[in-house]
Design a binder for this molecule. Structure first.
Ligand code: CO
Length: 155
């Protein structure tokens, strides 16, 4: 496993539409292992492959609900609305206010290509929307009602 460099806003890979994963092979496993190490090292809630310069539909999410590896994810349905703070490892030092669905049902494949369905609420739902957006070249700052400098003292 190795830490990967997290690219910052302005890098064009963040604006590309990512490709579907077709090969569930060792290269994918290495990418996922590195993304896990990287998201934890950066204290992030999630990370999408374009953020480490790889234009593939791969996301990791690391929350209280558990650690998820989501490949070729697709939102099946959404419910409700939440408005709250959001940040991104590719937009360092900033936070924004973003309105997202409060509940998201999604399907995805795991690293072995097996299909799963998951329903997330609150932060988990927000996180899925944020990370899946990355796969279509969308950043939270595109959706935020306001963006401001992150407070210096901790959160
Ligand atoms: Co992000």
């Amino acid at each position: 496993m190795a830490l990967r460099y997290v690219v910052q806003v302005g890098d064009e890979v963040l604006r590309k539409k990512s490709e579907e994963v077709r090969k569930f092979d060792k290269e994918l496993f290495a990418l996922l292992d590195d993304m896990k190490e990287t998201v934890r090292a950066e204290n992030g809630a999630g990370l999408a492959a374009p953020q480490v310069g790889v234009s593939l539909r791969v996301v990791v999410i690391d929350l209280e609900e558990g650690y998820f590896e989501m490949i070729n994810p697709k939102i099946l349905s959404v419910k409700g609305e939440q408005t709250g703070g959001e940040g991104c490892l590719s937009v360092k030092g900033k936070q924004g206010i973003v309105t997202r669905p409060n509940k998201v049902k999604a399907e995805y494949r795991d690293r072995h290509g097996r299909k799963h369905t998951v329903t997330g609420e609150g932060l988990f739902a927000r996180c899925m929307c944020h990370e899946f957006d990355h796969l279509d070249g969308i950043l939270y700052i595109d959706r935020a009602s306001e963006v401001f400098d992150e407070p210096k003292d901790g959160e």
